[in-house]
Structures are given as structure tokens and as C-alpha cells.
Design a protein around this ligand. Structure first.
Ligand code: F6P
Length: 497
């Protein structure tokens, strides 16, 4: 169905960036956008008017209008699991019923925040948030990005089942003044349940009288939490239709709400809601998540790029690449279409990245002169925290902008070792300032871009069956059952596990 649009895109020349800028003096105004306190510059990508038109046609043929409408009205956008995707309802933009349910559940989160502030748990100095994947990456990013100057709570995140991670997470926390927040959508995830029990043991071993009384659970499956011995009054629920990697807006974000305060949490939701409205109602050629998805597809389909790199030129956003890896790779790392037919084109590239300027001294050599083409994305903030030296921030931003310019313009030299081909694409996202509202808009932008990519490719971004087999085999190995290959058997014997 989308073949005609793909043919248009495939036949359109991909011209050098220098030509694109030279031939279209107002290029920047067509490929840069300002929204929700965030500036998006996609002009250093190889998109041009013809390609945008081709991709807009593809979006049309792929049913983007219907897909957007389904997303925002509670339609079944996750057919393999027969359910809607309700993260937008957490921001007030879903079906009326889902929005009401989300609002009522949000009131319970707010009541907990109020109770903690009213010292219902006595003095609180720390939060130990336990969860893995989508149950930790978003909340950890929020707290790390916005919590540097937050309200005196030491928030730790524990995800890995490695005992060292447990020791590190509780080191120097006071068990008598720490609240344990266990987040698991299913409440069956082995790592999270092991870590929950380790945390309860830690409280018990340190003489806390009622360890369970210091624990709050967050889940879409309250019955499973009750089975783990958690009192239902201590359970905050969120909807089954909210996928783990899309869940930070729900009760899953409670640790962030506790540490940043309720007002900041609401501003986060408002920032995301503004991006929702933009994505829902704006035509493709002016729709920021769609333009980003068009460029993503240009690089994976036409130029066969197998990865994309994201560099946060801001320490406060150092966890952004980790968060994006799950969002993009777990959503779109698929090989079949929504209806199960094999795909004949690449889907999600590998998302990777780091922080600038550190990365400049580690991986940028390959980005400038390597043989692998990698589209780069820079994320920075115009303002730093008030407490910081503005000159440091200025240097940080200058470096960020210099990298984008260098990738694009390159430099010819008679000496091939010192020659830079240039014409290497990048996009830049510049926040006015990093606060709850702009971060909300930024993360919702990434969610919708991921969704737009999925619609254009015809895949379902909301399931993740690919993670199941490894879990099943780990269980079989644990139970000593099943027949395994000689390599796996030898590893088991050598490790004596
Ligand atoms: O293993 C993958 C996964 O299911 C993710 O999709 C999810 O975010 C994570 O595990 C944690 O799952 P849960 O929140 O159910 O513990």
C-alpha cells in the first residue's frame, strides 16, 4: 500500500548538505521549529522539500491520521496484545474514560506526596526506587535531570539483580528514614522481586520494626502485588494500556513527584500535553516528531545507517541516551509488520550516545572520519543552573554547535589523514532552559517520533515479545530443566551455578 510513496522517496536525489543550504536560503525556517520552550533544528539533515513531501505522502498512505486519532481516542494501537496505548491519557489527552481513570489514580499519587510532606511516614531522608527497564529509566532520568537542587531527599535507583547494585544503592542510606518504592507493571519481574526482598531484609536487619509499612508498590497488576504480601492500601495502580517505557507520567513517576514536588510533576505533564496537541493536530510537513521520523527513515532506508547517536551537552541529561535506547529499540526493534508479515526493510537503528564534551574525546573520531555513517543528535539547554559558572556553559554550547558545523562542513586537505569528508548529518535540540515543562515536551516528542516511525514502517511499537525468550531460558536454567548446547552447559559448569 505504501509502495508508491516509497518509490517517490527512493527516486528523489539525496543532495549534499552544502548544496541544500546554498540553493535554499530560507532552509532553516522550513526545518526548524519552536514548541513548548524547545527549539528543534533539523536543517543539517538531508531532508529537502521534495523528501518531506514524499514522506508526508508515505505518512498519508500508511494511515498516520487514523493512527494518531486511534492513539488519542483509545483505539487498539497495540493489536498483538489487543489494547490501546494510554500514556497520552496520563497527560489528559486520551479517551474521556482513560483520562478520568488516570486523573483519579493521579490523585492517589498526589495524596501520597502530601502524606510524605505532612510527615505521615515520619522524617524521610531517602527513597529507594526499585524497578527495571521502563519502571526505572524514566523516573531516574527525571530525578537526575531536575532533582539536583531538589528538596533534600536522597533518591536511589536499584534495577540490576547483581548484589553489588543492591549494596551500592543502599550505601549510606538510613533504613529508618527511607521509603521503598517498588515499581513493576506486571509485578512478576524476577529482578525487581529479588531486589524488593533484599530491601526488606535490609530494613529488617537494621532493626526497622515494620518493614512492609515502609514500602509502596506501583503496578498495573495489583493482585500480583497483593500476592507478594503487599497491603492493598500501599498499592498505586496505573493502566494496563500504559507501556513500561511510556509510563513515567503515571504513578511510576511517584519517586520523581516526591523528590521534585507535585507542582513540578504537573508541569512535566503539561509540557508533554502541549507536544501531544502539536503531534495530534499538525500537518506532517510542520509536525516536529514527524519531521524527525522522516529524517530517521531517510537515514535507515536510503542511506542504510544502522545506528543513530544522541549526545546530551548537559550533565543533567546524561541518562537521556539510556532512556532513549529502551524507548526506541524496545518499541521499534521488530522484524514483522503489525499483522505479522515479514518486513522487507530495516526498522529501528541502534540508539547510542553519551554526553558532550566527553564524547568528543572518545567516539567523535569515528563520527568525523569513520566509514560508518551515523546521524547525530545534539541536545542542549540555553541556560545552565543559576549556581553554575556561565562561562562553563558557554564553552559547552560552543563545543556542541562546533561539532554540528564540523560534521556538516568537513575540511579538505592534501593529506588524506587530515581530511574530513563533511556532509555528515546532525540535528540539534536546544531547550530554553531545562525544567519540568521543557523536559515533558522533549520526552513526549521522543515518544511521538517513535510512534510516527512505527506507523510509517507498519509495525507495532507497543509490544516487546523479543525480551521473553531470554527470560524463559533463564528460568529453565534456574530450574535445571531443558537441554542446552555444549557452550551454555560448559559455562554453567565452569561458573558452578
Ligand atoms: O523485559 C522487558 C520489560 O518487560 C520492559 O518492557 C519493562 O519496562 C521491564 O521489563 C520491566 O517490567 P515490569 O515493569 O513489569 O517489572
Amino acid at each position: 500500500m505504501t509502495q508508491a510513496a516509497w518509490t517517490t522517496i527512493d527516486n528523489h536525489p539525496v543532495r549534499p548538505l552544502s548544496h541544500l543550504f546554498a540553493d535554499q536560503p530560507d532552509r532553516l525556517s522550513h526545518l526548524s521549529f519552536e514548541l513548548g520552550g524547545v527549539y528543534f533544528d533539523w536543517s543539517k539533515t538531508h531532508l529537502d522539500a521534495g523528501l518531506v513531501e514524499g514522506f508526508a505522502k508515505l505518512a498519508n498512505e500508511a494511515g498516520i491520521d487514523e493512527a494518531r486519532e486511534q492513539l488519542f481516542t483509545g483505539g487498539i494501537v497495540n493489536p498483538s496484545e489487543g489494547r490501546p496505548a494510554e500514556h497520552v491519557a496520563e497527560r489528559g489527552n486520551g479517551s474521556a474514560e482513560a483520562v478520568d481513570v488516570a486523573a483519579a489514580r493521579r490523585e492517589r499519587v498526589r495524596a501520597l506526596v502530601d502524606a510524605v510532606e505532612g510527615e505521615a511516614f515520619g522524617e524521610l531522608t531517602g527513597i529507594l526506587h526499585i524497578g527495571i527497564g521502563g519502571s526505572v529509566l524514566g523516573p531516574a532520568l527525571l530525578v537526575d535531570a531536575l532533582g539536583r537542587n531538589a528538596r533534600g531527599l536522597d533518591v536511589r535507583f536499584l534495577s540490576n539483580v547483581d548484589g553489588q547494585a543492591v549494596d551500592d544503592a543502599v550505601a549510606d542510606l538510613d533504613p529508618h528514614t527511607t521509603l521503598i518504592v517498588v515499581v513493576s507493571k506486571t509485578f512478576t519481574t524476577a529482578e525487581t522481586l529479588s531486589n524488593m526482598n533484599a530491601a526488606l531484609d535490609w530494613l529488617r536487619d537494621n532493626g526497622v520494626d515494620d518493614p512492609e509499612g515502609r514500602l509502596v508498590a506501583v503496578t498495573a497488576q495489583p493482585d500480583n502485588a497483593v500476592k507478594q504480601g503487599i497491603d492493598e492500601t500501599r498499592i498505586l495502580q496505573f493502566a494496563e494500556g500504559v507501556g513500561g517505557r511510556y509510563s513515567l507520567w503515571s504513578a511510576v513517576g511517584v519517586s520523581a513527584a516526591l523528590s521534585l514536588g507535585w507542582q513540578a510533576f504537573e508541569e512535566l505533564l503539561e509540557g508533554a500535553a502541549e507536544m501531544d496537541r502539536h503531534f495530534r493536530f499538525t500537518e506532517p510537513a510542520k509536525n516536529v516528531p514527524m519531521i524527525a521520523a522522516f529524517a530517521d527513515l531517510l537515514y535507515t532506508q536510503r542511506l542504510k545507517c544502522q545506528s543513530r547517536a544522541v549526545f546530551a551537552y548537559d550533565e543533567r541529561l546524561r541518562l537521556l541516551p539510556d532512556y532513549l535506547q529502551q524507548l526506541e529499540m524496545e518499541s521499534n526493534g521488530k522484524s514483522v509488520t503489525r499483522d505479522g508479515s515479514p518486513l522487507d526493510r530495516p526498522t529501528a537503528p541502534v540508539t547510542w550516545g553519551g554526553t558532550g564534551t566527553d564524547a568528543q574525546h572518545a567516539v567523535f573520531q569515528l563520527l568525523h572520519q569513520g566509514t560508518t555513517a551515523v546521524p547525530v543528535e545534539f541536545v542542549a539547554s540555553r541556560e545552565s543552573e543559576d549556581s553554575q559558572d556561565p562561562e562553563h556553559h558557554r564553552q559547552l554550547l560552543l563545543n556542541c554547535f562546533a561539532q554540528g558545523a564540523a560534521l556538516m562542513q568537513g575540511k579538505q586537505s592534501d593529506d588524506p589523514q587530515r581530511s574530513y569528508a563533511g556532509n555528515r548529518p546532525s540535528a540539534t535540540i536546544l531547550l530554553d532552559r531545562l525544567d519540568a515543562r521543557t523536559l515533558g515536551a522533549l520526552l513526549a516528542f521522543y515518544e511521538h517520533r517513535t510512534f510516527a516511525n512505527a506507523v510509517l514502517l507498519g509495525i507495532n511499537p507497543f509490544d516487546q515479545f523479543g525480551v521473553e525468550l531470554g527470560k524463559q531460558i533463564a528460568n529453565s536454567l534456574n530450574e535445571g530443566g531443558g537441554e542446552f548446547d555444549p557452550s551454555t552447559k560448559a559455562l554453567m559448569e565452569r561458573a558452578e551455578v
